[in-house]
Design a protein around this ligand. Sequence first.
Ligand SMILES: CC(C)(COP(=O)(O)OP(=O)(O)OC[C@H]1O[C@@H](n2cnc3c(N)ncnc32)[C@H](O)[C@@H]1OP(=O)(O)O)[C@@H](O)C(=O)NCCC(=O)NCCS
Length: 177
Amino acid sequence: MSSSAVAPSPTSTSPLAPSIVAEKREHARAVEVLVDRAFGPGRFAKSSERLREGNSKLDDCSFVALHEGRVIGSVRLWPVVVGDKPVAFLGPLAVDADERKHGLGQALVEAACEAAAKAGWRAVLLVGDAPYFGRVGFSAEPVSQAIMPGPADQRRVLVKALVEGGDADLVGPIRIA
Ligand SMILES: CC(C)(COP(=O)(O)OP(=O)(O)OC[C@H]1O[C@@H](n2cnc3c(N)ncnc32)[C@H](O)[C@@H]1OP(=O)(O)O)[C@@H](O)C(=O)NCCC(=O)NCCS
């Protein structure tokens, strides 16, 4: 396994277990299909998409889950600023409908956060369900004054600090860096 590969627990000892590896150019088409299936045609209307279109993903912090060469999960991170503070923006996160509830979603988020921490990002921001992302350390309170570029339920704007105080003073418009 390369240094950028992470195996999800608890099945990581099985030779057939999915592996989590850095997304490569060759995965891009399969990621699009997976994300289209997971979110449907409305995905491009989301406010989060305003932070992705015209932006370039963080290649060292974006991962796919592979099973026998097939892309079954994906997570991407993007550079944005909140006010004047740079943070990594996570999304979309998607796992193939037949492969859910085995910990892959959480393993993808953890791989992305770990890579972002190594790359020196102070925090990871996202728009998502607090009951799900709360399990991996995200919360809404520190970013209650961070403003998405379009309609968004503020309770779904969540952040996870990667360093001590990394979620402090995240106030103002969220924009492409
Ligand atoms: C959300 C998603 C990535 C989770 O993938 P996964 O591999 O099943 O995730 P995990 O195995 O780590 O976690 C599964 C657990 O989270 C729960 N869960 C899934 N989505 C949830 C949500 N939106 N809110 C609360 N809990 C949720 C599951 O019920 C399951 O609970 P259990 O452990 O008690 O059985 C996957 O369901 C998916 O692709 N959904 C469609 C796209 C999406 O909504 N993406 C997230 C928004 S950015």
